[in-house]
Design a binder for this molecule. Structure first.
Ligand code: GLN
Length: 454
């Protein structure tokens, strides 16, 4: 049924870069046969899933939305893909994204736009717009995204879906094509909070192949979602972040946000206001730290090891000239912009002024979170300042595009988990996201509060 739905709506939505119909049908048939034999299977066995194209999949093309990886077929599976396969979820295919996960609209994909299923003239968010649009358009009930500065939560917000960025280190990064290694986390995109909890438990937990993986079991996420669904939040303190509302936020977004706060109060939660004064600098710090790490991570795309190789059209064919020609043609403008910003921020003489300062701001943001979590069990804000904007509207203005992430970036800088869930429609008829943040390793709180609101 999902493959039929994909065939019907893909011409309009373009959420997928690759559809694996045969593999998906084979897995589904295998799961049916095992079930018929009375085998005890994972609760998600047989439930189809779409995977963001930044996650490597054995034998299936993986491009990260870039021309430089066109034609590359990975020889191995990411840990999270291994776990999905072992549990018997048919993988429907790979979803569209901004090139190397840089962007908030999926317009930086080298393979064309994805359209928001709510309004095809609008962006589906980014960088994981393909995963969110696939779930929002009923092409897939579950999807995997990655979130370095908001790329799971913001697309979820603007497509009316649920998206979760887990605690840094709780889902293995083995087999993710790295954007910024100290910020990247993979997580679920689904239609319900309980579905996200089930998927998060499946893909999460310790992995010795990721050196930053937390060597502890996950908290009981599914149990927390079931508890939350009973609708009683007595004793839960909810902190509204002063700095993440007001100026720059669309009126309809704020109206839905305040209604959700009332729902939380009605469920028995205590709502308090908390200040995180350094969040004002989070965006600036992020756009130094991310390009610095990205410029280093992307150095491996040199025309020698993976995908595209371009030889200079004239003159000698030296290694350096092949690298220059390959990177010049293979990378898009946004990727080049960030490589230039990153190498500049890391260069001798500027390192302390830019990268060093940004790291200090990062510490101040972590302290803001620590102080806020002393006053509240979870923190909340709108996920994104506006609903989905029009395709093309912010494409020529990188700063306007970056501003979409003001509310999501602090969680990545501090490594804390965050969830976005639908909070109704704004005055323009488009979905609004409500964000819940919890302390590191307390992802269960996201699911309890999220499920209570659903
Ligand atoms: N939009 C942000 C950026 O462009 C977030 C990216 C992400 O989370 N992958 O960096």
């Amino acid at each position: 049924a999902h493959l039929d739905r994909i065939a019907a709506v893909e011409p309009a939505v373009h959420a997928f870069l690759h559809v694996s119909d045969e593999d998906a049908l084979a897995t589904a048939a295998d799961v049916d046969a095992r079930r018929a034999h009375g085998e005890q299977l994972h609760p998600l066995a047989g439930v189809p899933i779409a995977v963001k194209d930044v996650v490597v999949t054995k034998g299936v093309p993986t491009t990260a939305g870039s021309k430089i990886l066109e034609g590359w077929v990975p020889p191995y599976d990411a840990t999270l893909v291994e776990r999905i396969k072992a549990a018997g979820l048919p993988i429907l295919g790979k979803t569209n994204m901004d090139e190397f996960a840089m962007g908030s609209s999926t317009e930086h994909s080298a393979y064309g736009n994805t359209h928001n299923p709510w309004d095809l003239d609008r962006i589906p968010g980014g960088s994981g717009g393909g995963s969110a649009a696939a779930v929002g358009a009923y092409e897939a009930p579950l999807a995997i995204g990655t979130d370095t500065g908001g790329s799971i939560r913001q697309p979820a917000a603007v497509t009316g879906t649920v998206g979760v960025k887990p605690t840094y280190g709780s889902v293995s990064r083995y087999g993710l094509i790295a954007l910024a290694s100290s910020l990247d986390q993979a997580g679920p995109v689904t239609r319900t909070v309980l579905d996200s909890a089930l998927l998060h438990e499946l893909i999460g937990g310790h992995d010795p192949r990721d050196s930053t993986s937390i060597a502890e079991p996950l908290p009981d996420l599914v149990g927390a979602a079931r508890l939350g669904a009973l609708g009683d939040l007595s004793g839960v303190r909810v902190g509204v972040i002063t700095e993440l509302q007001g100026e720059g936020y669309q009126a309809g977004v704020l109206a839905r946000f305040h209604e959700s706060l009332e729902l939380l109060q009605r469920a028995g939660a205590e709502v308090v206001e908390v200040s995180c004064p350094h969040f004002t600098y989070a965006l600036a710090a992020y756009y130094l730290i991310l390009p610095a790490e990205a410029s280093s991570n992307l150095a491996k795309f040199d025309g020698m090891r993976f995908g595209l190789r371009v030889e200079p059209s004239e003159g000698p064919v030296t290694a350096e000239r092949v690298m220059a020609a390959t990177r010049g043609q293979g990378f898009g403008d946004e990727v080049k912009r960030r490589i230039i910003l990153g190498t500049y921020a890391l260069s001798a003489g500027y390192y302390d002024a830019y990268y060093g300062s940004a790291q200090k701001v990062r510490t101040l943001i972590q302290r803001d979170f620590a102080a806020a979590f002393a006053q509240a069990d979870v923190l909340v804000s709108p996920t994104a300042p506006t609903t989905a904007f029009k395709l093309g509207e912010k494409l020529d203005d990188p700063l306007a595009m970056y501003l979409n992430d003001v509310a999501t970036i602090p969680a990545n800088l501090a490594g804390v988990p965050g969830l976005s869930l639908p909070a109704g429609l704004s005055d323009d008829g488009l979905p609004v996201g409500f964000q819940v943040l919890a302390p590191a390793k307390a992802d269960d709180r996201l699911y309890r509060v999220g499920a209570a609101l659903e």
